[in-house]
Structure formats: structure tokens, C-alpha cells
Design a protein. Structure first.
Length: 180
């Protein structure tokens, strides 16, 4: 069965089609949730909530992007919402003082594994971690990230650059060495 047919059947609340679509995407979306949450139980909970929301909002899927991309955005938003709710103290960032720096002034040594970088990303402040993860790991561009996080593209670029700077310092502290 073609994916678009499956999606159309899900729009009519066809439970068998929903199960097929769930099985098709659950493993990949679980990996996305784990990259954000780093806890299997939290990832499973958020994943279930994301699928429920996706099935409830299925009528809003217009096919402008792939179903997987549409679902991934729901999963990411649910992960961010979960992390925000879990956090006790919110720190506001006055973006009026931010400025954009040169994006070409940073690289990671080829000897550093992706696992080490991903682990270091989890230690960034939330403000920077979300942007860095969405950009470097999930592959979203500044426009998409600004839409997901409801920030300006300028703030997105600045947070990415500052997040990369923090990431660079974390990797230096771990003696993995980065160049500037």
C-alpha cells in the first residue's frame, strides 16, 4: 500500500491504517525522541503523545512535505514541550544584546566521534541545545528552526553560534581539542 493511501485512510480514522503507519514510523521517531530526551521511558511517553496528536491532526497534513517530516516536527515539538515542562527555573535571554558572528570560525577535530559530540550537546543550556541539535543533528535550517522554536532567524543564528561556542569549550575541557 502506498504511503499516501495509508495517510488518507488514517484521515478517516481507520485503525488498521493507523497501526500500519505507527509501525512504519515508530522506530525512527523513537530515535529522534531519544536524541532529545536521553531517557527511554520519557522518549516512549513523548512518542505516544506525538502519535496521538498526529492522528488527531491528520486532517491538517496536506502533503506539502513528506509525512515523515511532518511527524518528525510533531515529535520534536513534543520533546521540547516535555523538556520545558520538566525544567523548574526558566532563564530568559535578552536577545537585544546578541550579535551574529562569523559562522565559518568553528570546526570539530575529525578524531571526535559523533557520539561524543551528541553527548556534549546534551550538556548545553536549553536555549542553545535545541538550536544546535535541530541544526546539526536533525538537519533543519534557520528558517525551519525559527518556526519550530518561535524565535527570529537572527536569534536562531546567534543561538547556534553561541551554542557551537559552548560546545567547543565543552569538547576542549574533555581534551578532545577543537580548532578555531
Amino acid at each position: 500500500m502506498f504511503q499516501i493511501d495509508l495517510v488518507e485512510q488514517c484521515k478517516t480514522n481507520d485503525r488498521k491504517a493507523q497501526v500500519k503507519l505507527y509501525r512504519q514510523y515508530c522506530n525512527g521517531m523513537y530515535c529522534v525522541a531519544m536524541r532529545f530526551l536521553n531517557d527511554p521511558n520519557d522518549a516512549e511517553d513523548v512518542l505516544q503523545e506525538a502519535f496521538i496528536k498526529a492522528f488527531q491532526k491528520m486532517h491538517q497534513f496536506k502533503g506539502e512535505v513528506t509525512f515523515g517530516s511532518w511527524l518528525k516536527r510533531i515529535v520534536i515539538n513534543k520533546c521540547i514541550d516535555f523538556l520545558k515542562a520538566k525544567r523548574e527555573n526558566l532563564v530568559t535571554l535578552d536577545e537585544g544584546y546578541m550579535h551574529i558572528e562569523d559562522e565559518t570560525d568553528w570546526y570539530v577535530d575529525d578524531g571526535i566521534s559523533i557520539e561524543i559530540v551528541k553527548e556534549a550537546i546534551t550538556r548545553l543550556a536549553d536555549t542553545y541545545r535545541y538550536v544546535v541539535q535541530l541544526f546539526l543533528v536533525e538537519g533543519y535550517d534557520h528558517k525551519e528552526i525559527s518556526g519550530i522554536l518561535d524565535i527570529t532567524e537572527t536569534a536562531c543564528r546567534t543561538r547556534l553560534l553561541r551554542g557551537k561556542g559552548q560546545l567547543k569549550e565543552l569538547l576542549k575541557k574533555e581534551n578532545y581539542g577543537t580548532g578555531s
